[in-house]
Design a protein around this ligand. Structure first.
Ligand SMILES: NC(=O)c1ccc[n+]([C@@H]2O[C@H](COP(=O)([O-])OP(=O)(O)OC[C@H]3O[C@@H](n4cnc5c(N)ncnc54)[C@H](OP(=O)(O)O)[C@@H]3O)[C@@H](O)[C@H]2O)c1
Length: 334
């Protein structure tokens, strides 16, 4: 099958070539023929080797986390999917690879493609939709009447969170460059801060939650606007010792993460607020809910551009700019 892969971490350009077609080895697995995939910034981080402490991945490594495709075969214990059905998913983190013709995934990661859901939107949704969903409902457990600051509201994760937070009845403040302000207002943002020209700590009122997609100084400054008792959830900052323990990392890694995140811990103590690092996970049931919201028009997902498989490097380079205007789709099959 055709695949886009790397043979070592730090490889600058993806290799496009042929790899063996995978096959089902466990009863609860599904073989999917991939129609479309989407690119996420995490693909580039994995390529660079930045996630090595968290993910043990074999080489050659096919990149890609999101897919929409057709079920080609099912394991003996699969009950929810049939051969020939269209599905979408965020593949298991420890066995990634969606920039290819075929993949094997766990049944629990899949959602059925709702009729009339556009394939590009379906390929765009899984990783970013689940990240926003898990931040709001699993980590924050946010309630009507509360408030949230969302960094990078125009990003793929941020724009979904803006809409989910609004549906949940929160006051939503977000940061974006000027060209995206009108769009974010139509999505429901109550206040949009131009991060290029103003300091958010000076114009953002105290909030119950901050969702951080930027990390570093932006994450540290977020504790200046969170209320005492509030919470900062980051998907781009450093994991702390609490995360490392819950993730099952050994004591050495727990100690290293504790050391590396000490400034964040200090800022959170000073603000009397909690810090949590989110490493999203696949979840077919949550994804099914999100897909229903998209197909019924309650959730918008912006697609920037679709690239043919042969131009996948250009697609990744565009995402690497950090300023893509929506999700970037890869077409595997017609
Ligand atoms: N830990 C996890 O499980 C997890 C899961 C998902 C994503 N992430 C991470 O979250 C980050 C965002 O992902 P994404 O898919 O949403 O990325 P994305 O769609 O590529 O984000 C691009 C957007 O970010 C905006 N942006 C860039 N710098 C900004 C800044 N300083 N302040 C405000 N907005 C800024 C850009 O808007 P302008 O062009 O208008 O500036 C652009 O619209 C990535 O680092 C990704 O790896 C982590």
């Amino acid at each position: 099958m055709k695949a886009a892969y790397i043979t070592h971490y730090g490889q600058k350009q993806l290799t496009l070539g042929q790899l063996p077609k995978p096959s089902i080895t466990q009863p609860k697995q599904v073989l999917v023929r991939v129609l479309k995939a989407s690119v996420n910034p995490v693909d580039l981080k994995i390529q660079a080797g930045n996630l090595r402490p968290l993910l043990k991945l074999p080489m050659p490594l096919v990149l890609g986390n999101d897919y929409v495709g057709i079920v080609e075969a099912i394991g003996t214990a699969v009950t929810n999917f049939k051969v020939g059905q269209k599905v979408l998913g965020r593949i298991s983190k420890q066995s990634i690879g969606t920039f290819c013709d075929y993949l094997v995934d766990r049944e629990a990661n899949l959602a059925l493609l709702p009729p009339n859901l556009d394939l590009k939107q379906a390929a765009a949704l899984p990783l970013v939709g689940l990240t926003a969903y898990q931040a709001l409902f699993d980590k924050m457990q946010a309630k009507r009447g509360q408030s949230i600051l969302i960094h990078a509201g125009a990003g793929a994760v941020g724009s979904i969170l803006v809409q989910l937070a609004k549906m949940q009845g929160l006051t939503v403040i977000t940061t974006a460059s000027q060209r995206n302000h009108a769009w974010l207002t139509t999505l429901g943002a109550d206040q949009v801060i131009d991060y290029r020209h103003s300091d958010f700590t000076k114009v953002c009122p105290p909030v119950d939650y901050v969702f951080d997609t930027i990390g570093k100084e932006t994450l540290l400054q977020s504790f200046e606007v969170v209320k005492p008792g509030g919470k900062v959830v980051s998907v781009a900052g450093l994991p702390d010792a609490k995360f490392a323990k819950a993730y099952g990392l050994n004591l050495i890694w727990q100690g290293l993460f504790k050391l590396a995140s000490h400034k964040i811990t200090r800022a959170s103590h000073k603000a009397h607020a909690e810090y949590e690092f989110l490493f999203m996970r696949p979840d077919g049931l949550q994804l099914q809910r999100l897909a229903e919201l998209v197909v019924t028009g309650r959730l918008q997902i912006r697609v920037a551009k679709e690239y043919p498989f042969e131009e996948i490097q250009a697609a990744c380079d565009y995402v690497a700019t950090g300023h893509a205007d929506g999700k970037v789709i890869i077409k595997l099959t017609d």
